[in-house]
Design a protein around this ligand. Structure first.
Ligand code: F6P
Length: 584
């Protein structure tokens, strides 16, 4: 090769190398630009690593730092937006208090419920205060705590009147008084006929489809009427001299109360909330006093149910049995020159706070202690009053069916079933509690092992004690045969601030209409419930966490403060008397 040829080859080689270097540089620059574009748009960049080496390494390092700052700023902005959105829709005790103050503008608030929020009882020579297991109390207490007012209830604790003034009044909660509780003393026979008889042997089975036949006795009905009259007198004395008071009547114990109050105080704003299902007209039609009941209820300006379905059943029932105009466009009943509006208000729980920073650690600690206590590797939880509508026997049999399918888990899985004593004066309830105990014993004997399949606790548990089991459980079983709402489902969700755990929920509970991320089951179908237990125990965390996060969002945004606020808004906007009939 001549020197000229060598020079030319070297020049070509140099040109080639330069070209190759430029191409490589251009490719890397394109990759960097592409990476930066993705980072700017918030898209995932390749493996998160910037493709810069050699002379681009310094630039890559700086650009990566800028991209990280950008991602942090974006995350902060998104979080702030989420909190702003939640802030707009979130109801808190403070927000409810301001809302109620402005809606009532000085008018008094009176709540009437048979069950009292605090009961004083003498135990072993000491007076103790108890909080009854009641969805109604769980729902209403936060309203009274936030807004003040008067709660009128039957004082059925054996030391109740040792702690009140002569008129049966005391301020509660005992540890930090915020509102007035007025206890009514009822003659024993009246209390029995009203509460055990007509309310719980008549209306309760009438409204729940659980295949228990209602019993209607004329003597119970007479007691029910007398007790409704006694409560009406108490309300009238509380609101005497106060203009346009707001009275919130609770539940099937007081169907006659709105009518009795309205006749004497047409200016009172009356709402009645029905905490249980309302049946279809055929089922309701067997009640001998159907007309009196509907007539009494329609004394209210507003009637609330948990679901639209129950509102529809109520309107159909009025249409069938009374001479009244049912306005299905306004969801109202017009009768006797006035109107009653009918609306769904799904009750909820007190859940407005944010997760505490130590949530995960607390859940871990509770789980370890419950596993040690039950000697199980997997824990299910059920929490109910011992009531035949709650599907407790069916739940036990579903656990049995699950263990038949997965015998290797016998001795390693436990259902902790908290069964609060309830309505023990009634033979049906005592028999039911006995059957629950016997069924647990039978299944435990069949699958005897280190951990018992059913760990039944039939004493009253405090909220804190129950919350510990909620937090420890792999899944919560709510298998009501029929239920207005069921607040256990929502309490479980509110307790899971670790965003874990699975809810198995009966499709016959009102809560199933809202909590769509639960595993929805037919409690009568044991195979389906056993399958749901299997699904819950094997569901990967990557599916459990987003389901629970969505459930929590739903419960938080529709908490009990919103439930109360919506009713107060609706009630204070109601037009009283003939004005209510004017077309808008
Ligand atoms: O949820 C229906 C309901 O009747 C509530 O109204 C009541 O708080 C709960 O059951 C408990 O019943 P009781 O007051 O008879 O113990």
């Amino acid at each position: 090769m001549t020197p000229g040829e060598i020079d030319a080859t070297a020049a070509l080689g140099a040109l080639g190398a330069t070209l190759a270097a430029r191409l490589l540089l251009a490719r890397r620059a394109r990759l960097v630009a592409d990476w930066l574009r993705r980072a700017r748009r918030g898209e995932p960049a390749h493996n998160g690593e910037l493709p810069g080496r050699g002379i681009l390494a310094g630039i890559a390092h700086e650009a990566a730092a800028i991209a990280r700052d950008l991602a942090d700023a974006r995350e902060t902005a998104e979080q702030e937006a989420r909190l702003r959105r939640l802030g707009d829709s979130l109801w808190t005790p403070e927000r409810l208090r301001d809302h109620v103050r402005s809606a009532l503008s000085g008018r008094p608030l009176v709540v009437v419920a048979n069950r009292e929020p605090y009961r004083h009882a003498r135990r072993g020579g000491r007076v103790v205060v108890e909080t009854p297991a009641s969805g109604l109390v769980t729902g209403l207490e936060p309203l009274l705590r936030a807004c003040g007012g008067t709660w009128i209830a039957h004082g059925d604790g054996n030391a109740d009147f040792e702690t009140t003034d002569e008129a049966g009044r005391l301020r509660v909660p005992p540890e930090r008084p915020q509102y007035l509780l007025r206890r009514l003393r009822l003659p024993e026979d009246d209390a029995r006929g009203f509460y055990e008889g007509f309310s719980n042997e008549g209306l309760w089975p009438l409204c729940h489809i659980a295949h228990t036949r209602p019993t209607f006795r004329a003597s119970d009905w007479a007691a029910y009427r007398r007790v409704n009259e006694a409560f009406a007198e108490a309300v009238l004395s509380e609101i005497e001299g106060r203009e346009e008071p707001c009275v919130l009547v609770q539940d099937y114990h007081f169907t006659l109360l709105p009518g009795l109050i309205k006749r004497r105080r047409p200016d009172a704003r009356l709402a009645l909330f029905w905490h249980i299902p309302w049946p279809n007209p055929e089922a309701f039609g067997i009640c001998p006093w159907q007309k009196e009941i509907l007539d009494g209820l329609l004394g209210a300006d507003l009637i609330g149910f948990h679901t639209q379905y129950h509102c529809n059943n109520f309107l159909d029932t009025v249409d069938r049995f009374l001479e009244a105009r049912v306005d299905r466009a306004r969801f109202a009943v017009e009768r006797g020159g006035r109107a009653t509006i009918v609306r769904p208000f799904p009750i909820s729980v007190d859940f407005s706070g944010t997760a505490s920073p130590d949530a995960a650690a607390r859940v871990r600690a509770d789980r370890l202690s419950v596993l040690a206590e039950t000697k199980a590797d997997a824990v299910l939880v059920g929490v109910d009053r011992l009531d035949y509508t709650k599907g407790i026997l069916e739940r036990f049999r579903a656990v049995e069916r699950f263990l038949e399918r997965r015998p290797a888990l016998a001795g390693r899985l436990t259902l902790v079933q908290i069964g609060a004593p309830s309505r023990g004066g009634l033979a049906d309830y005592r028999d039911f509690a006995d059957r629950v105990r016997a069924e647990a014993a039978r299944i435990n004997a069949r699958f005897a092992g280190i951990a018992a399949p059913i760990s039944l606790r039939t004493r009253h548990h405090s909220h804190d004690e129950i919350a510990r089991y909620y937090r420890a459980a792999d899944a919560c079983l709510v298998t009501s045969l029929h239920d207005g709402m069921n607040l256990v489902a929502k309490e479980f969700v509110a307790a899971r601030d670790d965003e874990d755990g699975v809810l198995i929920l009966s499709r016959f509970a009102g809560a199933a209409r809202e909590l769509r991320d639960a595993l929805i089951v037919n409690p009568y179908d044991l195979d389906e419930v056993a399958g749901a237990i299997e699904t819950a125990l094997t569901m990967p965390q990557i599916e459990r966490a987003p389901r629970m996060a969505r459930l929590r969002l739903q419960v938080r945004e529709n908490n009990v403060y919103r439930w109360a606020a919506d009713q107060i808004s609706e009630l204070s906007a109601v037009r009283l008397g003939a004005r209510a009939l004017a077309r808008p």
